[in-house]
Ligand binder design. Structure first.
Ligand SMILES: Cc1cc2nc3c(=O)[nH]c(=O)nc-3n(C[C@H](O)[C@H](O)[C@H](O)COP(=O)(O)OP(=O)(O)OC[C@H]3O[C@@H](n4cnc5c(N)ncnc54)[C@H](O)[C@@H]3O)c2cc1C
Length: 444
């Protein structure tokens, strides 16, 4: 590491070995990490944190790491929840936060940013000019644009506008060797679209350095609807019916989450329509609904949508809290919902298990389960809940993750998800990262 530090000094690349910085870069938002920080036993410490501020500096850092075979753990906003960049093998924590440029191109409806730009800052800048990304994850204010690509993120408006892979126009990437990859920036490219390799790559194949994304005019007309139902099946039925009216956002809350949000014991659905004829379209959706219309649920949710203060309050009291999001086809949805809730509740120590459905497709949807427990052994409890919930999802036609990613948390099920593609991915990893410097220890 002494040689690494000397080289970084020679290249005038900013770095820190201060304990405060090492602690800031020892974890992500995984609940067990929070627990360890509270106990003053951080999960793992890097030896150095490096802050490249240009793509050239980033490339030099990776070349230096390769020369000395030092592991590199990539950090954006560290809002990930899957234990994916924790520097268990020490080495370099590479912060992208100084890759922070923003160029808005209103004429072509695109924005190009450094990978370390925090989403909330970008969205606010766009809003001032009458635009929006329409990629609004709940973590908007603590996650980066590069992190969104690396985790294959989904925003709250994904039903209308798509997930991050639908919104990105082009990427600049630095391979582990330091080689900089750039493609022609066009609305639709020719040939094999290899940038897709980097969606969900979780820092294993290189560093996403710059991202060009679509931007949208802020909607002039917005219409909101909310309904209640007696069962998950009837709520799902309406969601499927509403898809033909192209809602920008839809969410179904089960009875437990409805109680938390709206003080209601029913299942509920909220929908937002955007665009020139939003009110007229919403009127059609209202006529098609089989639910009981209720007032104001959408506004209540909009007000609370970034509020995660509950998590920080219950963590210090000894509660273990986490979320598990999976996707499934419509045909499996009711069975999967019931099976996963039952699996979580079957683990001793569980206090609550609930779900909402938050991203919808012609063919299916994402269920987002939330659990909290007050167990005697938090780590064992956590492992047990995850094991049972993912097994239940896989058995009921669901998958491993919809948008949080895989990381160390879910890597043991990677073959279930990728099948034979896992070997192809291993081959690509070995090819581009010959010295295995990137996020070492994460790939199974
Ligand atoms: C309260 C809360 C709400 C959340 N809500 C949502 C949500 O609505 N939708 C959603 O999709 N996710 C959500 N998440 C999860 C998280 O915010 C996302 O996964 C986000 O995309 C991570 O971005 P980040 O910049 O924080 O990445 P980090 O946590 O820093 O990194 C995540 C992974 O990506 C890699 N990585 C980061 N930047 C780069 C880069 N430039 N190049 C290569 N690899 C990189 C890291 O090595 C790591 O493996 C939420 C998390 C929290 C805590």
């Amino acid at each position: 590491m002494i040689e690494v530090i000397e080289k970084l000094r020679e290249e005038k690349i900013a770095f820190s070995t201060d304990r405060e910085d090492l602690i800031a870069y020892c974890k992500d938002f995984n609940p067990l990490h929070q627990l360890r920080i509270l106990k003053k036993t951080p999960p793992a410490l890097p030896e150095i944190v490096v802050f490249p501020k240009s793509i050239e500096e980033l490339s030099k850092v990776l070349k230096i790491a390769n020369e000395f075979r030092v592991p590199v753990y990539v950090f954006g906003g560290a809002s990930g929840v899957i234990d994916s960049a924790t520097p268990y093998e020490g080495g370099i924590a590479l912060s992208t936060l100084s890759l922070d440029w923003i160029e808005i191109d209103e004429e072509n409806r695109i924005v190009t940013t450094g990978a370390g730009v925090i989403g909330g800052r970008l969205e606010k800048m766009l809003n001032h000019r009458g635009f929006s990304l329409r990629h609004i994850p709940q973590s908007l204010f603590c996650s980066t644009v590069g992190g969104w690509v690396a985790t294959a993120s989904s925003g709250q408006f994904s039903t209308g506008y798509g997930n991050i892979e639908d919104l990105v126009v082009s990427l600049k990437v630095v391979l582990p060797s330091g080689e900089i990859l750039e493609e022609r920036r066009v609305p639709r490219r020719a040939g094999v679209d290899l940038k897709k390799l980097f969606f969900g790559s979780e820092g294993l194949l290189g560093v996403i350095a710059e991202v060009t994304m679509k931007i949208f005019e802020l909607p002039r007309e917005v219409a909101k609807l909310s309904f209640e139902y007696e069962s998950i099946e009837s709520a799902l039925g309406d969601a499927k019916r509403f898809l033909k009216f192209k809602p920008a956002l839809m969410r179904i809350f089960d009875d437990e989450e409805s109680l938390r949000y709206f003080d209601s014991e029913a299942f509920s659905l909220i929908a937002i329509f955007e665009g020139e004829n939003a009110k007229r379209v919403a009127e059609k959706a209202r006529s098609a609904s089989m639910g009981r219309e209720v007032e104001g649920y959408t506004d209540i949710w909009l007000e609370k949508r970034f509020d995660v203060s509950e998590i920080s309050k219950i963590g210090v009291l000894g509660f273990v809290f986490d979320t598990i999001e999976v996707s499934c086809f419509w045909g499996s949805a009711p069975k999967l919902y019931k099976a996963v809730i039952e699996a979580i509740r079957s683990v001793e120590g569980t206090v609550t298990a609930s779900a909402h459905a938050s991203h919808f497709y012609e063919s299916g949807l994402c269920f987002y389960f939330t659990f909290a427990g007050f167990p005697a052994e938090p780590e064992n409890y956590y492992e047990e809940v995850w094991k049972k919930a993912i097994t239940a999802s896989l058995k009921s036609g669901g998958n491993l993750s919809h948008h949080h990613g895989i990381g160390r948390l879910r890597r043991s099920w990677m073959r279930d998800e990728l099948g034979g593609y896992l070997e192809l991915l291993r081959g690509i990893k070995n090819l581009v990262d010959r010295n295995n410097v990137m996020n070492r220890g994460v790939f199974p």
